[in-house]
Design a protein around this ligand. Structure first.
Ligand code: UDP
Length: 322
């Protein structure tokens, strides 16, 4: 059997590495590109001996040259944690703009299907709740999150332009807060932050009063949705995420309970432009892809906590003994 070839940018990241694994299982050959700015070889090292996996260290903001036939280009490269894009705002803007242009160019040249990993951040601090795909958003272009939000909004616009002008078969997935094994311990996002703090008996840092909301999707559910979208004929952006909404304070209390930590909850100042509420409207994904998240927050957090305990043992015990 000849395997279809997928080029996956950002394949060494959290979502990217799970996608690599699943694609190989589904009989694809994966060419993973990553410059490792936030991704890590740790996430993909176990795939190196697989003949259906190739890793190329490359910054996709620079021209992508590949000789082989390619059937799919999945553009998942970008810093995605607010802490990361605050640290790397220019790289974030470049990978969303130049990187998307290069990835689209590759898809056009190879006549490949293209998928853009977009984000719920295109809705900014939303004034419509829950957020359907036809909501245009409420983004501060010059605020500290603007580098990510506007890069992704530009990425969506150029993807639609390639679809309309060059007839590239494009898909856009708007990914809502996703969590699970392989998030970095010091990623800065709320789930790994709270788990790290709980497992090292440090105070859980809730920003603001903790009444802002998010809806957390377990990684396996997201990957299933992405595979379905990849094989679908949908061209318009599609939301993927879990529709169960929690306040950040509820999340903190749940992690305290599930880990059995002695940690207290403390309140810190709210970062600038932190969205007050977020919950996807996934009516379209449910109807068209027959997709629904299956893993609830408690089950997903237990898996994630178990993974951190097993795979970050050294980092956790070092921190613990300081
Ligand atoms: N947050 C928090 N404590 C932390 C990290 C994050 O209270 O240690 C809050 C953050 O202010 C936001 C929410 O948790 O309201 C989700 O933040 P995250 O960085 O995970 O991603 P976002 O959804 O904001 O992109």
């Amino acid at each position: 059997m000849v395997r279809k070839r997928v080029v996956l940018t950002g394949g060494a990241g959290f979502i990217g590495s799970h996608l690599c694994e699943r694609l190989i299982k589904e009989d694809f050959k994966v060419i993973c590109l990553d410059n490792l700015i936030t991704g890590s070889l740790k996430n993909i090292r176990h795939l190196f001996k697989n003949s259906n996996f190739i890793f190329i260290e490359h910054d996709v903001s620079k021209y992508i040259r590949l000789r082989d036939k390619v059937n799919y280009v999945l553009h998942f490269a970008s810093p995605a944690s607010p802490e990361d894009y605050l640290k790397f705002p220019i790289q974030t803007l470049k990978v969303g703009s130049l990187g998307t242009h290069n990835a689209l160019g590759l898809a056009k040249e190879k006549r490949a299907v293209f998928m853009l990993a977009s984000t719920s951040e295109v809705y900014g601090d939303p004034l419509v709740h829950p957020q359907p795909e036809n909501y245009w958003g409420n983004v501060n272009p010059v605020g500290v999150r603007g580098c990510y939000d506007e890069a992704k909004r530009f990425a969506e616009a150029i993807t639609m332009a390639y679809c309309r002008v060059h007839k590239v078969d494009t898909k856009i997935v708007r990914i809502f807060n996703t969590y699970g094994p392989r998030m970095r311990l010091h990623d800065g996002r709320v789930v790994p932050n709270f788990i790290f703090q709980a497992l090292t008996n440090k105070p859980l840092t809730v920003y603001g009063r903790g009444n802002q909301t998010r809806s957390f999707c377990y990684i396996d559910d997201l990957i299933e949705g992405i595979l379905r979208l990849m094989r679908s004929g949908i061209k318009e952006p599609l939301n993927l995420g879990n529709q169960h909404e929690f306040t950040i304070l509820q999340l903190a209390k749940l992690i305290v309970r599930l880990t059995g930590t002695k940690s207290k909850i403390v309140f810190k100042s709210l970062p600038q432009d932190d969205p007050r509420q977020r919950k996807p409207d996934i009516t379209r994904a449910a109807r068209i892809l027959k997709w629904q998240p299956k893993i609830g927050l408690e089950e997903g957090l237990c898996n994630t906590i178990g993974w951190f305990k097993a795979f970050e043992k050294k980092a956790l015990s070092l921190t613990h003994s300081i």
